[in-house]
Design a protein around this ligand. Structure first.
Ligand code: IFM
Length: 467
């Protein structure tokens, strides 16, 4: 334990470092083992969609369909990361980021008959080797929404067979990449794949039916459960987990009806995924909210889905304020006069803290948590070679403070990934919404480090200097 005098001088040295981002002296973020990194996803940054044997994905098809993506944008070129990956890894290393979360494009590494595509696999081998060389920890997501189109043509996530195909894909990748991945996440945000992809059609493949959403979710979770033991067998030293987007629902009043509305919202966003994973059962309330949508579940599925996890990845962005709809559901009541981002999402850091503490209280077997995505979009412009993203700096500082509060309340949070390393293809919003801590000029592919990234980097340097 430090004596009083050194504690005082320690605190002073932190004060002298004060800037709009640097966490206070007593923040858990100063602990060297709290991992701080950045995240991206294959379709959002890679481009090169027809190169080296990559097959089409559902997002190639969806984004090529008029009216589906803002301004008709597609991921065909994106950030051209497939060709600029060395420069991008150098940039990560230059910023001193300690970990990088990336995803693998399934259609890049596996042919329709299941045969490996060597050129695609080699791309990820080179990328991971370079990250290792630079001392950057690697977190690899197997599925961040780019389902091979040939699987969608056979029913996609509505077809149980896709779950088994996913396990084959996990087998291939974990054999090929064993030893170069620190953490494997099976899926990114199954809620978005199931609900936005099959429930309301806002995302690929663009189907809209409530029953489809619950069946797609079941097959996604089954795919996850089938993959976990495969990953364990092939790459025992790595961590295995899943990444889920979690929504905070608050009640518009103290009335029992509004409280119930907020509860149902969180059932629909969080318990729909976490209960099967951590309790081995779907929440009953879900099917009261959506009567008649129970998926077909075969014997043993729920045990498969509840395979023990080494970590849970939590993605958090905003809260939703809710009231009863007067029947059995909820309606959104957007608060007025609150700060919002370019997406129109409310800035609400307490939601992250409250969710984390709530999960700790609800799930006895909650694994260690990584915040695998958090960040915001702003309409950033380069002026005199600089991007002053003031709103993002405050956003990050406040959300990291919320994580610190959760840790101090006893939640085991081990790290935090900025979403995103660089501006990229924001799905149905195309390139207009900029989430990066690095600006990308899509005409020239020039990367410009934003002020937020400079400050994160400064903090990491200072933290390292304390060892
Ligand atoms: O860009 C997405 C990411 O792919 C998944 N999580 C939310 C981000 C911002 O919308």
């Amino acid at each position: 334990m430090a004596n009083d005098a050194s504690a005082v001088s320690d605190a002073r040295s932190h004060q002298s470092l004060a800037d709009p981002f640097t966490p206070p002296a007593d923040s858990s973020l100063w602990h060297q083992n709290f991992l701080l990194g950045a995240a991206t996803a294959s379709y959002q940054i890679e481009g090169a969609v027809a190169e080296d044997g990559r097959l089409p994905s559902i997002w190639d098809t969806f984004s090529a369909t008029p009216g589906k993506v803002l301004a008709g944008d597609t991921g065909a070129v994106a950030c051209d990361h497939y060709h600029r990956w060395q420069e991008d890894v150098d940039m990560l290393a230059g910023l001193g980021l300690e970990a990088y979360r990336l995803s693998i494009a399934w259609p890049r590494v596996m042919g329709a008959s299941g045969v490996p595509n060597r050129k695609g696999i080699d791309f990820y081998k080179r990328l991971l080797a370079r990250l290792k060389e630079k001392g950057i920890a690697t977190s690899v997501t197997l599925y961040h929404w780019d389902l091979p189109q040939h699987l969608e043509d056979r029913g996609g996530w509505l077809n149980r067979d896709t779950a088994y195909r996913f396990a084959d894909y996990a087998d291939l990748m974990s054999r090929e990449l064993a030893g170069s991945v620190d953490a494997w996440a099976t899926l990114n945000e199954p809620w978005c794949s199931a609900y936005l992809g099959y429930g309301n059609g806002h995302h690929a493949p663009g189907l809209a039916d409530g029953r489809f959403a619950t069946q797609a979710m079941h097959h996604l979770l089954l795919a996850h459960g089938l993959a976990v033991p495969v990953l364990r067998a092939n790459d025992p030293a790595s961590q295995k987990g899943i990444v889920a987007n979690m929504g905070r629902g608050t009640a518009n009043s103290d009335s029992a009806a509004d409280q119930r509305a907020a509860h149902l919202f969180e059932v629909q966003h969080n318990a729909w995924i976490l209960d099967p994973l951590l309790k081995g059962a779907y929440p009953r309330d879900l099917f009261e909210l959506w009567p008649g949508t129970e998926p077909l579940v075969l014997d043993g599925d729920m045990q498969t889905i509840a395979a023990p996890l080494d970590f849970l990845g939590v993605n958090y962005y905003f809260r939703t304020n809710l009231a009863s709809d007067g029947a059995h559901g909820f309606k959104e009541v957007p608060p007025e006069g609150v700060e919002r981002t370019q997406m129109g999402w409310e800035v609400y850091p307490d939601g992250l803290r409250d969710l984390l503490i709530g999960f700790r209280n609800t799930y006895a077997n909650l694994p260690p948590i990584y915040i695998t995505e958090n960040g915001m979009a702003s309409d950033d412009k380069v002026t005199d070679g600089q991007v002053d993203d003031t709103q993002r700096i405050a956003f990050l500082k406040r959300h990291l403070a919320a994580v610190d509060q959760a840790i101090k309340a006893g939640v085991d949070v081990r790290g935090y990934f900025l979403w995103s390393l660089m501006d990229n293809f924001e799905w149905a919003f195309g390139y207009e919404r900029r989430f990066g801590v690095v600006h990308v000029d899509y005409a020239t592919q020039k990367r410009t480090i934003k002020r937020s990234a400079e400050l994160v980097s400064k903090f990491l340097r200072e933290r390292k200097a304390r060892v």
